[in-house]
Design a protein around this ligand. Sequence first.
Ligand SMILES: *[C@@H]1O[C@H](CO)[C@@H](O)[C@H](O)[C@H]1NC(C)=O
Ligand SMILES: *[C@@H]1O[C@H](CO)[C@@H](O)[C@H](O)[C@H]1NC(C)=O
Ligand SMILES: *[C@@H]1O[C@H](CO)[C@@H](O)[C@H](O)[C@H]1NC(C)=O
Length: 393
Amino acid sequence: MGDIKILPGSRHRPPLKRPIWIILTVSFVSLLLLCAYLYPPNGDVACYVFSSKGCKALSNWLPPVPTREFTDEEIISRVVVKDILNMPQVRSKNPKIAFMFLTPGSLPFEKLWDMFFHGHEGRFSVYVHASKEKPVHESRYFLNREIRSSAVQWGAFNMVDAEKRLLAYALKDPNNEHFVLLSDSCVPIRDFDYVFNYLMHANMSFVDSFVDPGPHGNGRYSTRMLPEVEEKDFRKGSQWFTMNRKHALIVMADGLYYSRHGMKESEPEFMTLTHNRSCSQPGLDGKNCIADEHYFPTFFNLIDPDGIANWSVTHVDWSERKWHPKSYRTQDVTYELLRNIMTLDQKTHITSNDKGDELLQPCLWNGIRRPCFLFARKFYPETLDKLVTLLNF
Ligand SMILES: *[C@@H]1O[C@H](CO)[C@@H](O)[C@H](O)[C@H]1NC(C)=O
Ligand SMILES: *[C@@H]1O[C@H](CO)[C@@H](O)[C@H](O)[C@H]1NC(C)=O
Ligand SMILES: *[C@@H]1O[C@H](CO)[C@@H](O)[C@H](O)[C@H]1NC(C)=O
């Protein structure tokens, strides 16, 4: 097609009779474009003859890096996400934080949470997803707060199912503006007002997300996630998130990366993040999926990277570099331990490659360096009394 259009033109090209200045101008502009191309936008040479604005416009004009064509599902997903993100913030007159507990059964730290919540009625709501047995409650704040639940396994898709179920129940209350996912071994390390203000006034969600080039990071990536998820977009992070209402809604709306479709081999386009065939069961062949450590970190990295903090406000100690993080016993729980966790203002990410690199970055809350953590794990139930005395909410 292109040839047919171009060839007659070149055959019947009229003789050059344009004024010479047009040729000179075109050559000059071409030269400038060539310069701008050879020297990147920050290079002084290319910007020499332009204002900084002009230079930027020029670099935008240059041919963009070719990107692939999005699938229908991706276009649908993007348009929904964009609209939700751009919705004006509607503040409730009575804003609340939803505390969502993912637990096998009874919560060993209800007494501590009771002290934490006491006196702040009306500013929080509690949801409990008990996956194994009906919990026995000690605190009135937890009574009748269980939602429908189903079995969860560490690292499996049903863990993400349970997290989404908690979000769905919590979203039913229009006053819930921020959503916190906690486990039975999590404890608060700050008082309620501190936590409330920290989360309510943050301009982002605290979803952990980082690149782990090692076997327990990118080693779990599979090309079956293509085309939607390229390896460069794959992220890892702790499952213990907090998120604002818009992000919670976007999670509800995601039928692309969190997909139960395409179970037939003939529908490879649905093989995305949580797809059954993207990964195998934990422990089966070493190349396991651990959906709960990758779905949210990768999903938010794809749809709103600047809207997440890239760290979790729930502290955990991976410094022993084992398969499980450090769990605190009574003798470990001291004033100094809590003080240390409370004052940390750098996030640490430990990669799973041979060197086990530690990546340190300041915790920036609305652009200000602040302590990173509001909660901590993992504590054995035996530490309850000591925590009650030391934290003294
Ligand atoms: C994945 O799907 C297969 C059947 O398609 C099923 O047998 C298997 O249990 C599923 N695995 C998970 C982790 O859901
Ligand atoms: C989080 O990390 C992504 C890259 O993975 C980055 O684009 C984004 O700016 C980071 N978010 C913040 C708030 O720094
Ligand atoms: C949050 O606030 C900081 C400081 O004003 C700003 O740099 C950052 O871009 C904001 N992030 C979002 C997602 O609005």
